[in-house]
Write a protein that binds this ligand. Structure first.
Ligand SMILES: [Zn+2]
Length: 431
């Protein structure tokens, strides 16, 4: 078993290789291939081999990986769900936003980022680009591996109340990212589309469409006096993807002869309502087709669902001692004190007493501490893919995750021990 620091280092490498949801799926596939998983295409007929290991990708940024076990009807599926997307800035279809002497890149806000954290960072772009060339369409992952975009703060001399009123940015006029000075002595600096064409070695006219997001170029880091914390972008929710993926490809899971499933969805940060989001049909389509391929009747498929269990894995809000009033005083969850079970009476989280008890039992079996979280009653609570996935499939579900600071900042941080703890619980679940 890797040390907690080594396991966290593997997580940071996973995130650094995954600057967009499309890259996250590719990075996930690389791990699955090493564990002898093979790809199934939704457009093909499926013939599943006994004890087979497979994955299915929908539209490049959602992925479901599973193992074929024994007696689906009786055993059901053991599922862990997470999401591949993170909030940030997405490039508009016509991105060249020239104002005065500057080439800028026009962006739209995706989900709910803490916008102030995107200022003064060494930003780049990553995502998926479609090229149309010689009557052929092709899709490409793009990751500019150097900083070339920036959102500089206004100096405090022109924004003297920034420390008392906070940083306020107009999303239309004050968010475009600075790319270059136009018409300087270097003359005719390339605009963003020209940079993209150069990166892909095609003509600008060949570029048909894209989904690109700003990404941080700073690599992940382990920090703290005793190397007990870590920081990177996208901990929410690539940390949960990495923990469950590590569990899925671990020896106990691969030897377990169970139907273990990892489902990583795009679009959680914007409500999950898409053809590849958790509120869509991707997961139910895949589970149904697993059953059909194994000649399980529709009644037995429903029996299998009722014997299934879903862990919805997403990050939790660690207690921040500088802001004690932000937290429910009896439900402070601390970094490096174990996975968090999230509970909300209005089912913003899917947990109930039965599913909580099952997760607690897993923690006990894995010898891992756990914590319980309830949001302050007087402020709105976030949600996860848990409630909608549970409702769609009728599978009992628990919402859990590791405690972290600064959710939706471009530089989030969390505890090294927690990443190992939750991986051990997930491994116990799949074993
Ligand atoms: Zn999340």
């Amino acid at each position: 078993m890797l040390s907690a620091q080594q396991h966290t280092r593997a997580l940071l490498d996973y995130i650094d290789a995954s600057p967009s949801p499309w890259h996250a799926v590719q990075t996930t596939v690389n791990t699955l291939l090493q564990a002898n998983f093979s790809e199934l295409h939704e457009g093909d007929a499926w013939a599943l081999a006994p004890n087979g290991r497979y994955y299915v990708i929908r539209d490049d940024s959602s992925i479901i990986a599973f193992t074929v076990g024994n007696d689906l009807t009786e055993n059901g599926f053991r599922l862990i769900g997470a999401h591949t997307d993170s909030p940030g800035l997405r490039v508009k279809p016509k991105p060249n936003s020239k104002v005065g002497d500057f080439n800028r890149v026009g962006v739209e806000v995706y989900g709910g980022p803490i916008l102030a954290t995107f200022t003064d960072r060494d930003l780049s772009l990553a995502g998926r680009v479609y090229v149309q060339k010689d009557a052929q369409l092709s899709s490409h992952l793009v990751h500019f591996n150097k900083p070339f975009l920036r959102l500089p703060n206004l100096a405090i001399h022109m924004n003297s109340k920034v420390n008392t009123d906070g940083l306020k940015l107009n999303k239309q006029t004050e968010l475009p990212l600075l790319l270059s000075v136009a018409n300087d002595q270097l003359s005719s600096q390339p605009n963003m589309v020209e940079l993209l064409a150069k990166e892909l070695d095609v003509n600008t006219a060949d570029i048909a469409a894209w989904e690109l997001q700003s990404c941080d170029t700073q690599a992940g880091a382990i920090y703290g006096v005793n190397d007990e914390f870590y920081a990177n972008s996208q901990l929410d929710n690539l940390a949960s993807c990495h923990a469950s993926l590590s569990a899925l490809v671990s020896r106990p899971s691969l030897n377990a002869q169970q139907f273990n499933v990892c489902a990583f969805f795009d679009h959680e940060e914007i409500g999950s309502n898409s053809h590849k989001g958790a509120d869509g049909c991707f997961l139910s389509d895949v589970l149904e087709r697993v059953a059909y391929s194994l000649k399980v009747s529709s009644e037995d498929y429903k029996r299998a669902l009722s014997n299934s269990f879903l862990i919805s894995a997403d990050m939790a809000h660690a207690y921040h001692p500088n802001f004690p009033d932000a937290y429910e005083p009896e439900h402070k969850v601390l970094v490096n004190q174990g996975p968090v079970i999230k509970v909300n009476a209005n089912i913003r989280y899917a947990s109930n007493s039965a599913s909580q008890a099952r997760f607690i039992q897993l923690c006990t079996q894995a010898d891992v501490p756990y914590q319980q979280y309830s949001h302050r009653t007087d402020i709105g609570c976030g949600s996860t893919i848990g409630p909608m996935t549970s409702a769609k499939l009728g599978i009992n579900t628990v919402d859990v995750g590791c405690p972290m600071w600064a959710m939706h900042s471009i530089r989030e941080s969390a505890g090294v021990l927690d990443h190992q703890y939750i991986t051990r619980v997930f491994t116990q679940f799949f074993a």
